[in-house]
Write a protein that binds this ligand. Structure first.
Ligand SMILES: Nc1ncnc2c1ncn2[C@@H]1O[C@H](COP(=O)(O)OP(=O)(O)O)[C@@H](O)[C@H]1O
Ligand SMILES: [Mg+2]
Length: 538
């Protein structure tokens, strides 16, 4: 099945003249033998560039590829405003991302003849060779009327579309971005985006300009999880909120600058063409080690190669906030260094679960100010409920402070008196081991007996209230020097976990739930007519 384009619909008079010349050599109508698969269509819609595609591919009842027609109401007549300026498309390998990127650029030129597009990979050899985007582009574009490949410039020029152009580029060295200093693109696509440095991506965003009228310039990034750019991609596309919806993201802090981002997930299941053609592709992925498998097959963003807490999962450890009963014990834990303070408020449920419910994560703050900040976050009744505050051992040290006072003294003088400031046990390896115990997924003790029990853990985090710790725990890596310790780099992600570790070390040894406790949970649950904490089930 081929798609018939009538490019003239989108063109001006001079383009038509040019096209009449081209027609001498080509057939009346262009043939592009490409249809989007369902998820690729979702991506193209997010880009506002789905209009050339009347048909799409999805699976039939037997799971085989079948062509479907888009309903009329879903079929735009032309280019649409994109859902966001920057569009992330990612997850599993083989989902059809690279194909979709190429076609989005082409659709951009189709909608805006003369538009200039850049397709980027980190290194040039990744563009070349079999399976590379250049070769794939030849398969797709070669038959299009007026499409001309220039091997030296690594560019397609579409003479029938007002010389719209797609160039293939790379940014091997960090500073290769400056080769694009004087260039402008209507559309930019980064493929395997997590191979790039954030600086490279941010710089190229500044090269995005409408060079022809009517363009909505967009920046597209397709990628699998993993690699050096994992952290920035995750922060700016995965953690921003639910996928397939635009979110406003702060991309620069000083001064603050915001941008609309959207993320479209991709799974291997999306690519029924590939699965049909090459079933071994999936089995190859299934035979990889656990980390690679979870990333490439499932598109899991919480998995890192040297991830210290691989069991940490948003689905298990991050829960909808609940109203904390006034009688639950509460604790505060502090990690304090000159560069960063990381403070957490934690409540202990009567069933022995710890809820981390508030976060204060602040750079360059004086201890006296920190005491103020901690107090200002609590209303007087809550202050009464704090059992104790854990602080790092060096705050008990007088010599370290210029004032001759210990850090502890400064905190006390600034309002944290009467709270029971406890010295943290900062043994690292023991602490991390304990933290792993607390994070270990266990069967939900509230499970009512039907089906597989959900997983929970002994320490849980309030969704949206403690964003730094939830993002930093899964980023922690094993130390190269001692596999039982956490790596100190990147340093800024270690403060929150250190703080939680201090807290857990301050608690009595962890016991598993006793039968008696479980029974109590059961009785409570039965008694409840209206569940108090429906979201979590507690
Ligand atoms: N819509 C499509 N029509 C035909 N082939 C497709 C389509 N989408 C993907 N493919 C093919 O499936 C394979 C994997 O797709 P690709 O875009 O490289 O996936 P990804 O970049 O997500 O790893 C490639 O050989 C590609 O040409
Ligand atoms: Mg690809």
């Amino acid at each position: 099945m081929a798609l018939n384009f009538t490019p003239s619909v989108h063109q001006g008079a001079n383009v038509l003249k040019k096209r009449r010349e081209d027609k001498k050599n080509t057939s009346e109508r262009a043939q592009i033998k490409w249809l989007p698969q369902k998820r690729q269509l979702t991506f193209l819609k997010a880009c506002g560039l789905s209009f050339p595609f009347r048909y799409y591919i999805d699976e039939n009842e037997e799971g085989l590829p079948k062509i479907f027609k888009r309903p009329d109401e879903d079929m735009p007549s032309g280019i649409q405003e994109p859902k966001a300026k920057v569009i992330g498309y990612g997850g599993a390998a083989g989902g059809g991302k690279s194909d979709a990127l190429l076609m989005s650029l082409f659709a951009g030129i189709l909608a805006n003849p003369g538009a200039k597009c850049g397709f980027f990979r980190r290194e040039y050899p990744q563009l070349e060779g079999s399976g590379g985007a250049i070769m794939r582009s030849k398969e797709i574009f070669a038959d299009f009327p007026g499409a001309k490949w220039n091997g030296t410039q690594r560019a397609w020029t579409f003479t029938s579309l007002n010389n719209g152009i797609i160039t293939f580029n790379h940014l091997k060295q960090e500073d290769d971005i400056y080769n694009y200093q004087s260039q402008q693109f209507d559309y930019i696509a980064f493929d395997e985006a997590t191979q790039f440095l954030r600086k490279q991506y941010r710089y190229l965003v500044t090269r995005l300009r409408a060079t022809v009228k009517g363009v909505f310039p967009i920046f597209m990034l397709a990628t699998n999880p993993g690699n050096i750019g994992h952290a920035w991609f995750k922060k700016e596309f995965i953690e921003i909120g639910p996928p397939e919806e635009p979110h406003t993201v702060m991309v620069e802090q000083n001064p603050p600058r915001y941008e609309k981002h959207i993320f479209i997930p991709a799974y291997l299941d999306d690519n029924i063409i590939l699965e049909d053609r090459d079933p071994s592709y999936r089995s190859n992925l299934e035979n990889q080690d656990e980390v690679t498998r979870k990333r490439l097959l499932k598109g899991n963003w919480d998995i890192h190669a040297g991830q210290f807490f691989p069991k940490f999962s948003r689905n298990i450890h991050v829960v909808e906030p609940i109203e904390i009963p006034h009688y639950w014990r509460r604790f505060i834990t502090v990690d304090y260094g000159l560069d960063m303070a990381a403070v957490y408020w934690i409540a202990l449920s009567d069933m022995g679960f710890y809820y981390v419910y508030r976060e204060l994560h602040q750079p360059n703050i004086a201890l006296s100010d920190l005491a103020d900040e901690i107090l200002s976050r609590m209303k007087p009744p809550e202050r009464e409920m704090i059992s104790y505050i854990v602080i790092p051992p060096d705050l008990f040290n007088t010599r370290k402070q210029e004032t001759g006072k210990s850090g502890r003294q400064i905190l006390v003088e600034n309002g944290l008196s009467g709270y029971g400031l406890r010295m943290a046990d900062n043994r690292r390896v023991e602490g991390w081991r304990l933290m792993r115990e607390y994070l270990k997924p266990i069967d939900d003790p509230f499970h009512d007996g039907d089906g597989e029990p959900d997983k929970v853990a002994r320490i849980l985090f309030f969704r949206g209230h403690v964003p730094k710790i939830v993002s930093h725990i899964p980023m922690l890596q094993h130390s190269e020097l001692d596999a039982n310790d956490v790596d100190n780099e990147p340093h800024h992600i270690t403060h929150g976990p250190d703080s939680i570790r201090y807290f857990l070390m301050s608690r009595p040894p962890l016991k598993s739930l006793t039968e008696k406790q479980k029974e109590k949970i059961w009785k409570k649950r039965k008694k409840r007519t209206e569940p108090l904490y429906e979201e979590t089930g507690y």
